[in-house]
Design a protein around this ligand. Structure first.
Ligand code: UD1
Ligand code: UDP
Length: 349
């Protein structure tokens, strides 16, 4: 079988790190397309190197821009590749502009679409990702969903054919690379951190990262925890954070985005994570690290139900109290699978 796989942004590199190898080991031909939405070395190259992701066969160099510009450039590039390569399937991951571009290009050329991490919903259409998810799921032929909740979300939209609950490939990546990170990562020493005595923060959603007042309030509340905060800053908010941080008195340490191995160690050994990332919320649950999510809703509802994740998007003033005293979680279960998600996907393909 021949597949064209579309990646382009950081979370997709993580997912491809486990799926691409499995596809190739099973004897399939994979043409890997990197749209180039993320292009800084520490947003892209470091993942290819650390996780030995195969070199892309095509780099579209889409880069930054408006949603239309980014999606359109990827769409045009992917269309040409599908016409030339004539794959049996196009594989897309998650919910970025690369995802919707891949799905649209394939659908118009009547090539079957595989959506990995299908069925997630925030029910907030102000998020660009929600639009990307809905459109991609409608167009997909095989929908690999991580959870029962995701399958039910699709059912509500009339989608049940081709839906398979396979767990989350990010669990496969996390289990594999956390072991390697324990051996290889030196980030805790480099930053002089004691396990359990620091916080980890990531913020990149436009609703938080693109507004001075909002971002300043988040930084201010998090700095009141009286514990060092490690903040690998997404390039989206770099210049804004660098300006605002001078107005904060607490110990927030701004660093460049880190590679996946270092990230696993920071997530695992932080006392608590403060984030608006989808992937990081889920990884917090998997590492059994308490998490405050700076959003009003989440796609990863299980993390909240089980008491590991608290949504603080519209109650930022609760952050200092929660940093000092996070309520004991109710339960932990392997909600996102057992790390064998990729095996299931390859078998179903
Ligand atoms: C994108 C995804 C989002 C995902 C996130 C993961 C969409 C709509 N959004 O958001 O779903 O959660 O990636 O990180 O696809 N920039 C750089 N260098 C880079 C990449 C970005 O400087 O390598 C800067 C540019 O100023 C750019 C901005 O970051 O305009 C935003 O990048 P973009 O890819 O548009 O969106 P993300 O916020 O990264
Ligand atoms: N990540 C990383 N280094 C960082 C920040 C995030 O390796 O400095 C990883 C993180 O562990 C997760 C993925 O990138 O696997 C999540 O990406 P991001 O938060 O950018 O996007 P989202 O999941 O919100 O789409």
């Amino acid at each position: 079988m021949k597949v064209v796989t579309i990646i382009g942004a950081r979370p997709q590199f993580v997912k491809a790190s486990v799926v691409s190898h499995a596809l190739r080991n099973a004897g399939h031909t994979e043409i890997l397309v990197n749209t180039g939405q993320h292009y800084d070395d520490n947003m892209a190259k470091i993942f290819f190197e650390e996780m030995a992701i195969p070199q892309p066969d095509y780099n579209l160099g889409v880069g930054s821009g408006t949603h239309a510009a980014q999606t359109a450039a990827a769409l045009i590039g992917i269309e040409q590749i599908i016409i030339k390569e004539k794959p049996d399937y196009v594989i897309v991951y998650g919910d970025t502009n690369a995802t919707i571009a891949g799905a649209l290009a394939a659908a118009k050329l009547h090539v079957k679409i595989v959506h990995i991490e299908a069925g997630l919903r925030s029910y907030n259409r102000e998020m660009p990702e929600e639009i990307n998810r809905i459109v991609t799921d409608v167009l997909s032929d095989l929908l690999f969903v991580p959870t029962q909740v995701a399958a039910e979300n699709l059912k509500k939209e009339g989608i049940s054919k081709g839906v398979h609950i396979v767990g989350d490939v990010m669990v496969d990546a996390l289990l594999n690379y956390t072991k390697i990170a324990e051996q290889k990562s030196t980030i805790l020493d480099q930053l002089n951190l004691i396990k359990g005595e620091f916080l980890l923060m990531t913020i990149h959603r436009p609703s938080n990262a693109d507004h001075d007042e909002r971002l300043l309030t988040i930084l201010d509340q998090v700095s009141k925890g009286n514990i060092p905060v490690i903040f690998p800053v997404h390039p989206r908010s770099k210049s804004r954070v660098e300006l605002l941080i001078n107005r904060i008195s607490g110990d927030i340490r701004i660093i460049e985005p880190v590679g996946y191995l270092d990230m696993m160690m920071l997530e695992k050994y932080s006392r608590m994570i403060i984030t608006d990332s989808g992937g990081v919320q889920k990884e917090a649950y998997l590492h059994q690290t308490h998490c405050l999510t700076v959003r009003n809703e989440t796609e990863w509802v299980e993390t909240v139900e089980d008491g590991w994740n608290i949504l603080v998007g519209n109650t930022l003033d609760r952050i200092p109290v929660l940093l000092r005293n996070f309520p004991k979680p109710l339960i932990w279960k392997p909600r996102y699978g057992d790390g064998e998600s990729v095996v299931k996907i390859v078998a179903l393909l």
